[in-house]
Ligand binder design. Structure first.
Ligand code: ADP
Ligand code: MG
Ligand code: MG
Length: 898
């Protein structure tokens, strides 16, 4: 097996395609050689060596030693210098590099090869004592930290690591000599410090800093491999879902120095602006500096060129003017790289005494807005085709354009209070309140508020609605707060365990900082960060983003799936249409019952013990419902609207306070005891599986009759007025065809009456929500009657797994942590189980009725991977919350391309 790949001098064993073996960094270093871009020569030790190391009890393959020797020889020949040579020593860096970039997660050791023997030769060659001892102390510091402490598993005493100890030696030294900057230190200073470093290392870590180049080399190689299993790297892998078995490659590369005087420099750049997407070369550089200096922020870096200067950098020197010929060479490389990789690149470069070297190139990270602009620009430039452009933007990245965002500048300067789970994206700012009622009250007075709770429940919904954002101490990404907020497109952070809420005093303590009622806070729901005070927000209006509109047009041309929205008010409907919704896939009706003017009628209906009283009560609701449906059907004119008949268990309408019990008793002219008894009789042990869905309409057919009448009369009146409306009446929670037939016949009868009354034909459908396994298993029977299926995948997931969505939070974290579930099945459809039921139902249903309209509603309708599944299974549409409509449009287009 080939364990070592050479690169240098315009030649390389590897290519960009070999990321699995060479890691991203190694593969691209090889590729740049093929492109004749100047890269310091070296070699890459493959990821197989890393795997071998962990599989074989932390040991290397036998043939590695000689392979590394040969590779080193090749590098030496190209450079005309020798590793460990007394006159002309070669120095190398040892760099990690996994398949997928894990920025800053693994280790790098620079200047390997400097020893007491090679130092004099290098001083003679460079003529600079200072340069050499500066390089030497950097080596000692990095080596002690990375190899001798971290890789060796040394637990630092009192938690203070060796790097920190060595750094404080520098500070002491500077203080003693009254120096301000590192640059004030002379060669002699660095030499003395190096000696002090070595004794400190020996004292603290118990061994000597190695003075043998080979020992340094292998120590560093091993440390890089060990950093694959460092804590930081493991955590990062878990978040990014990078498999452990990939391993890292190790790059050994000739050192080049940006700190050899005024004709030397170093920098990092992007081939286009990663924040805006503008096609402008964008980066930072420093003269007479090493790479880390730019990243570490010790010195303020300079702008790369004149055109990207800002107010803050306008007086700083650009590389373009300071080193024009190097800049033009770099710019050529930039264009060459983009042309070759057909994507924006993130590059690192170093200039050593007037010669430019490239140290790294990789596909650059970008924000959502920039991703869209670059994709569309590159397609228009002919660099990529439209399909590639559509695939370049992750659907979730659109989120950024759909919610107000925090101004990055003000975020940088703000005081961070704490961090939670980013449950609802975007930014929000408001004054702290601690109860839902307070939220509603403050909101009424025109205040912007943020509701802070331990957790939320359905009783808080009015306060949540009144708030700019919601912050909770408990709960995960599927908690009540998270689901509700996401549905509204509201900023939300959950599970922030640092919150210590004192409801009585109306204050919260976050990491030692106190926030009282009325204090301003700001949240970044995209990152989970919580800040003190009021920060600037930037408004969201995707229509002001020209490339967004183009990309969405391309997506609409490509996709075959229709995108509908879940909405229950004309306002939601308008918002969704603006985002491109083509219909309503789920209009729930229960919320319409909670209004103060209606709830009494609902309660009277529940209390009725004979059909006549019940009918009387129910029919009181008819005019209200008719008004609701008129509003929503009109808002969606020309588009289909699926309306679900009443679904929740009745006790949800019957949570009464003492006063409410009394007033209801008065209203019904009965004893309070009777009210109490009836309420407790409604109690169910497991309401989720209780008297709800079509089971309500079967027990109380008047409800179905009233709702069908309201829908169809609204439709008839709108039709009379020249509007074209398409209601689809959906019967919930059907498990047997007989349930469906029972309810359907009521609807059909009503339809007949309405059409006769208004003397017109109505276009309407009757269908069912498929949310029980039995409905899937007998979908053929149901499809003989139903005109459409809509998969209610929230309930279908609950009933298939037997997981309660409201209770999963208590054990889901364990399940995810221990890989018992790959992800939350309420967020991303469980294709294997729930998906199998869906596929089966689609096949069974279409077999008996190939016109059967099929869609999906619920959380999954806006989840890209679930959308992919819907496309593969031949669904007609997906339905999601208004704010996810654009995401679904793009995901649907991508599902045609994958
Ligand atoms: P990361 O993957 O964390 O970015 P790198 O391997 O890119 O780590 O190394 C970090 C920095 O070390 C680089 O940005 C560069 O400044 C410096 N560096 C690495 N190798 C060399 C080299 N051969 N010559 C000069 N500087 C180097
Ligand atoms: Mg790097
Ligand atoms: Mg349901």
């Amino acid at each position: 097996m080939k364990y070592v790949y050479l690169f240098g001098n315009g030649q390389a064993d590897g290519t960009a395609e070999m990321k699995n073996t060479l890691g991203g960094k190694g593969a691209n270093l090889a590729e740049m050689n093929h492109l004749k871009i100047p890269v310091p020569p070296g070699f890459t030790i493959t990821t197989d060596v890393c795997s071998f190391y962990y599989k074989n009890n932390n040991s290397f393959p036998e043939e590695l030693d000689s392979a590394v020797d040969n590779a080193l020889k090749n590098t030496e020949d190209i450079m005309g210098s020798k590793f460990g040579d007394l006159e002309n020593p070669l120095l190398v860096s040892i760099r990690s590099g996994a398949r997928q970039s894990m920025p800053g997660m693994m280790e790098t050791v620079l200047n390997v090869g400097l020893t007491s023997k090679t130092i004099p030769g290098l001083i003679k060659k460079t003529g600079s004592n200072r340069f050499v001892y500066d390089a030497y102390r950097r080596l000692i510091m990095m080596y002690a930290d990375v190899v001798m402490e971290k890789a060796a598993g040394h637990e630092p005493k009192n938690g203070i690591g060796i790097r920190h100890k060595l750094e404080s030696l520098i500070d002491v030294h500077k203080k003693e000599l009254n120096y301000n900057n590192d640059t004030d230190l002379s060669g002699e200073d660095w030499k003395n410090l190096s000696d002090k470093f070595k004794t400190t290392i020996k004292d603290n870590l118990g061994s000597d800093f190695p003075d043998d180049p080979k020992e340094q080399l292998w120590g560093a190689i091993m440390a890089v491999i060990k950093s694959w299993n460092g804590e930081r790297a493991i955590n990062y892998r878990r978040i990014e879902k990078i498999p452990e078995k990939w391993g890292t490659a190790v790059n050994v590369q000739t050192m080049v120095f940006g700190n050899m005087g005024e004709s030397s420099a170093t920098g990092v750049a992007f081939t286009r602006n990663p924040a805006t997407g503008e096609n402008k070369f964008f980066g930072e550089w420093l003269v007479n500096a090493q790479g880390e200096d730019v990243v570490a922020g010790l010195r303020t870096p300079n702008p790369l060129n004149e055109e990207t200067k800002t107010e803050g950098t306008k007086n700083l020197p650009s590389l373009e003017l300071s080193m024009p010929s190097i800049y033009s060479e770099l710019n050529k490389i930039r264009l060459n790289l983009e042309k070759h990789y057909k994507d924006m690149q993130d590059i690192e470069f170093t200039i050593q005494e007037g010669k430019l070297w490239m140290l790294q190139t990789r596909v650059g990270k970008r924000n959502g807005s920039a991703a869209i602009k670059m994709a569309v620009d590159m397609a228009n430039q002919g660099m990529i085709d439209k399909n590639t452009a559509l695939l370049r933007v992750r659907p979730e990245q659109l989120d950024e354009l759909l919610h107000p965002m925090l101004d990055i500048k003000s975020e940088k300067e703000a005081v961070l209070l704490g961090k939670g789970l980013p449950a609802g994206p975007g930014g929000a700012t408001g004054r702290a309140v601690f109860t839902a009622d307070d939220a509603a009250e403050w909101h009424k007075k025109g205040e912007k508020v943020i509701l802070i709770r331990d957790e939320t429940s359905p009783e808080d919904v009015h306060g949540m609605h009144a708030s700019e954002a919601i912050l909770t101490a408990k709960g995960g990404m599927t908690s009540h707060a998270a689901l509700v907020a996401r549905g509204w497109g509201k900023c939300c952070i959950v599970g922030c365990s640092e919150l210590q809420i004192n409801i009585k005093n109306k204050e919260v303590n976050i990491n030692g900082k106190k926030i009282s009622e009325g204090d301003w806070i700001t949240m970044n729901g995209t990152s989970g960060n919580i800040y003190k005070d009021r920060l600037n927000l930037i408004d969201a209006d995707p229509d002001t983003h020209p490339e967004y509109k183009i990309l969405m047009k391309w997506a609409d041309e490509k996709r075959k799936l229709k995108i509908r929205t879940n909405a229950e008010s004309p306002n939601d409907a308008f918002q969704a249409i603006k985002f491109g919704a083509e219909g309503i896939g789920l209009c729930r009706t229960e919320h319409m019952f909670f209004d103060e003017s209606r709830i009494l009628a609902v309660r009277k209906m529940i209390f009725a013990d004979n059909e006549k009283d019940r009918r009387n009560a129910v029919m009181k609701l008819l005019p209200f419902q008719k008004e609701d449906f008129t509003g929503i059907l009109k808002a969606m004119e020309g588009k289909p609207v699926t309306i679900r008949l009443l679904d929740p268990p009745l006790h949800e309408f019957m949570t009464l306070t003492k006063e409410q019990e009394i007033s209801l008793a008065e209203n019904l002219n009965v004893d309070v005891e009777i009210v109490k008894n009836r309420v407790s009789a409604l109690h169910e042990l497991n309401p989720m599986l209780g008297h709800r869905g079509c089971r309500l309409g079967i027990a109380y057919p008047e409800i179905t009759e009233m709702q069908a009448t309201a829908i169809l009369e609204a439709a008839a009146e709108l039709t009379k007025n020249g509007a074209s409306v398409f209601p689809e009446i959906m019967i919930p929670l059907v498990g047997t065809v007989s349930e469906y037939v029972d309810q359907e016949s009521i609807v059909r009868k009503v339809a007949k009456t309405v059409m006769e009354k208004y003397a017109l034909e109505l276009q309407y459908l009757v269908g069912t929500m498929i949310e029980l396994p039995r409905a899937c298993l007998t979908a053929d029977e149901i499809a003989e009657h139903a005109e459409f299926f809509s998969f209610g995948t929230n309930d279908l997931t609950q009933t298939t797994y037997g997981f309660s969505r409201d209770d999963i939070g208590s054990f889901l974290p364990d399940y995810l942590e221990r890989n018992i579930l790959p992800e939350d099945p309420f967020q991303s459809l469980d294709v294997k189980g729930v998906g199998k039921l869906v596929s089966m139902a689609v096949k069974l249903g279409r077999n008996v009725n190939n016109h059967l309209k099929i869609g999906i509603c619920g959380e999954h309708g806006g989840d890209p991977s679930s959308i992919h599944f819907c496309k593969e299974n031949g669904l007609d549409y997906v339905s999601c919350s208004p704010f996810r409509v654009p995401i679904a449009r793009l995901a649907a287009a991508q599902s045609e391309l994958k």
